[in-house]
Design a protein around this ligand. Structure first.
Ligand SMILES: Cc1cc2nc3c(=O)[nH]c(=O)nc-3n(C[C@H](O)[C@H](O)[C@H](O)COP(=O)(O)OP(=O)(O)OC[C@H]3O[C@@H](n4cnc5c(N)ncnc54)[C@H](O)[C@@H]3O)c2cc1C
Length: 634
């Protein structure tokens, strides 16, 4: 360990352990996976909390857990092609098995039971230690306070364009998105007057400099304080103000067509003619589905209200409104997943019914999820390795599902299966799928993502700087911000500045610069799959020290806990006008890929080519409807 690493606290965990409840693990690395393969090593220094009975309390490397995905390479290499469990060893039988316990899988179980009644035997199998998929709750017990945060999907958009079905699920779960403004915590702006700062780092911009007042001062006042070169400053002021028409002589239709086929970066360089340093300043800017400026269609940037377009005389039409992402539970959409659990396994909660106000603090008994007498069972830490029809697609009598649990390959039998897991894995989980369908499924190259939570001892450094959020355009994490939570259920994350607080960080690890979006996503997935927890910890400590150190922050002392939710398999792949050919919907790969295969139907947001809560529910509904249609029940 270098001196610098030691100074940053890479070797000192004692203080942190004193602060934290739960079981501190003293060994090196996270638990080995169920096959006994070594998990990615966490740093010898870090002592993640491991709480098998209550997974949200686990810290360290989370998201796509190492043991949950350790079987993927073997599945892809065909290791389980011959069904790996003997027929006479299969004793459990279900009406429906759902593979994948994200919002889509949990919704599928709810819909099936709601349609056919509680006598239906249903099993949801998931590879992670917690249900919810991307809807993941992170908890930190610091003294007598529990911080709750989101490790993945956060917001529920205003229920437009929610389908009738998705709206009715929210209603059934007791969620009123319209209460958003009542529940948003504004204390940092109203009481502490904190704003946003921009931190320019030396490696990218020539010097470390914090510039305050972004969004509060005029653009001109703000950008002239930055270390950007004078031409870049002037260009940023220009494109953020009233722009001239950069595409004179073209009709509206010609402009739209051109903007759809060029990247935002090309628009800025070739039409707005900005200084190359503007592109450096914007290198961490990501748009819908985390596309960077070189893969984001210029027209899409325009629909987001990005800088540079207001002189073109175009009315940018939003394809759909992403609505109000200001409404979110403190644990994001994990509360949606928990509410779904309260419907399908009500005995897991001591009290019933649950609603949006009670769910945040409701105690959940994970040991109740997979009880033999539950009409719906939820089995966790059980990666499915093979799904096989019994009989042909036309005349199948059932389906066998093999999974890996507690280091042992096991299997169950079902009349029907909904695959609500990653669609790109389906060609290897079900090698009998038609070749055209397999090819289509491989199109779904998921977007790598990372949501990190860092609990710190106090936030006096933020207060001193006058910021609640710092944007870092050149650094690994593009922003560092206080997680104010949300006041739903009486939750109150923010106390006095001398008290601990959770800091939330987002990162899009896809690699700008590579030729297309899928290559960028794959490179980001690889990066996330190879980084150890120590790698993450060091990056985090360095960035916190650089940005907050001048205001008294000491990474060695002030960092109490870290949870890195890494999602190599994040957002579903979505199409856009720059990277994908135009074609009728029914010819799109996700539609071909999600076709029913005998007694197996396919859900997950991947099958809807849109990464939203409502899509997860809608695709679950379609997959269940397909079963009923086949049975003549619709
Ligand atoms: C970081 C992040 C932030 C997001 N933010 C938002 C947001 O604010 N709002 C929004 O609407 N959407 C957001 N999304 C999109 C999110 O993907 C969807 O809204 C939705 O939650 C996806 O649900 P799903 O059930 O389709 O997929 P998932 O949540 O991915 O669930 C699939 C499940 O299948 C499991 N699985 C995979 N393979 C196997 C296997 N072999 N065996 C068993 N189980 C398996 C996975 O581990 C997972 O638990 C976000 C996504 C991410 C990653």
């Amino acid at each position: 360990m270098t001196n610098e690493e030691q100074k940053l606290g890479m070797g000192c965990s004692i203080t942190r352990r004193d602060f934290m409840n739960g079981v501190a693990v003293t060994g090196v690395g996270l638990a080995a996976n169920s096959l006994g393969l070594p998990a990615l090593a966490a740093g010898a220094d870090y002592q993640p909390v491991v709480s098998p009975a209550y997974p949200p309390l686990n810290t360290g490397l989370r998201g796509n857990l190492v043991p949950a995905i350790a079987d993927f390479p073997d599945i892809q290499a065909g290791k389980y092609k011959a069904f790996p469990v003997a027929n006479d060893a299969i004793t459990e039988e279900y009406d429906l098995v759902v593979v994948g316990g994200g919002i889509s899988g949990l919704s599928a179980a709810l819909f099936y039971q709601r349609g056919l009644g509680p006598e239906q035997k249903i099993l949801v199998i998931d590879n992670n230690d917690d249900f919810g998929g991307h809807a993941k709750r992170n908890e930190f017990k610091i003294g007598d306070k529990t911080f709750i945060s989101y490790g993945g999907t956060m917001g529920i958009a205003t229920p437009f364009p929610y389908s009738y079905m998705a709206k009715s699920v929210l209603q059934e779960l007791g969620i009123k998105v319209s209460r958003s403004s009542e529940l948003t915590n504004h204390i940092l702006e109203t009481k502490y007057k904190l704003g946003t700062g921009l931190f320019f780092d030396k490696e990218t911009f020539g010097e470390d400099r914090m510039v305050l007042g972004y969004g509060r001062r005029g653009m001109s006042d703000f950008f002239t304080k930055t270390p950007l070169n004078p031409k870049a400053q002037a260009d940023l002021i220009r494109i953020n103000g009233k722009n001239p028409d950069y595409m004179p002589g073209m009709t509206e239709a010609q402009k739209v067509e051109k903007l759809k086929r060029m990247s935002y970066k090309d628009f800025l360089a070739n039409y707005a003619k900005v200084d190359p340093q503007v592109m450096v300043f914007m290198k961490n800017t990501s748009g819908r589905n985390n596309k960077f400026i070189d893969t984001m269609p210029a027209y899409e940037a325009g629909t987001h209200g990005s800088a540079g377009f207001n002189g073109l005389g175009l009315k940018f039409e939003e394809q759909y409104s992403e609505g109000s992402f200001t409404f979110h539970f403190p644990d994001g959409n994990a509360s949606v997943a928990r509410l779904l659990i309260s419907k399908i396994v009500p005995t897991a909660f001591a009290q019933q019914p649950q609603n949006m106000d009670t769910i945040v603090n409701a105690k959940l008994d994970y040991s109740a999820l997979d009880k033999a007498d539950n009409p719906i069972r939820v089995r966790l830490s059980a990666p499915v390795v093979r799904v096989m029809l019994e009989g042909t697609a036309e005349k199948s009598t059932g389906v066998k599902i093999a999974y890996n649990k507690d280091g042992k390959l096991q299997a169950v039998r079902a009349k029907w299966v909904v695959m609500a897991c990653y669609n790109r894995l389906l060609p290897d989980l079900i090698p009998e799928l038609p070749i055209v369908q397999k090819k289509a499924l491989l199109n779904n190259v998921k977007v790598p993502m990372m949501y990190t939570n860092v609990v710190i001892k106090n936030w006096t450094s933020f207060q001193k700087l006058g910021v609640s959020r710092v944007t870092c355009p050149g650094m690994y994490y593009p922003s560092i911000g206080i997680d104010t939570g949300n006041l739903v259920g009486g939750y109150q994350a923010v106390g006095d500045p001398t008290e601990p607080i959770n800091i939330h960080l987002n990162k899009s690890p896809n690699h700008p610069g590579l030729p297309n979006r899928k290559d960028q996503n794959l490179a980001g997935q690889k990066e996330l799959l190879t980084m150890t927890f120590s790698d993450h910890e060091l990056i985090i400590r360095k960035q916190f020290q650089r940005v907050l150190g001048p205001a008294g922050f000491n990474a060695a002392d002030d960092i109490l806990a870290i949870t890195v939710n890494r999602w190599p398999y994040g957002y579903a792949y979505t199409y856009d006008t720059l990277n994908d050919p135009d074609m009728p919907e029914e010819q799109r790969p996700h539609v071909i890929g999600r076709a029913r295969f005998g007694r197996i139907t396919i859900a997950n947001t991947d099958s809807g080519a849109a990464a939203f809560t409502n899509t997860a529910m809608d695709e679950a509904n379609r997959a269940v409807e397909e079963i009923w249609l086949t049975q003549g029940l619709r």
